[in-house]
Design a protein around this ligand. Sequence first.
Ligand SMILES: [Zn+2]
Length: 135
Amino acid sequence: MQKYDYDALLNRAVESLPKNVKVRERFEMPKGVIFHEGNTTILRNLGWIADHVNRDVQHLFSYLLKELGTAGDIDGDRGIFQGKIPPTKVQDKIEKYVNKFVICKECGRPDTKLIKVNRTLMLKCEACGAIRPVK
Ligand SMILES: [Zn+2]
């Protein structure tokens, strides 16, 4: 009778996965396409970023406006901010949003959703089951 230990079984399972599945397991921080147009700052792929992290585009945009201390509008897939904001600063806020509202603090995965428990906004992880308040 053949015996396998747990690690060996796990390695076999990983090896037998098709390649594209393994790639999708890894979360990549969304990169904003940001440029200036006149006296505004355009985030060209705002809609894509919201899709990528599975969050509401309004929620993401409101957060960015608040963090950047400016006003703006959503125009289709684009976010438009008043004023010339350094692209690195916008990217920094996108990453802050993702770390705060998307990534599970327990397991580091992005498979989470926002829920409200007694009016408190909580981040629930579908991968490991962790629930914690968003601060
Ligand atoms: Zn988790």
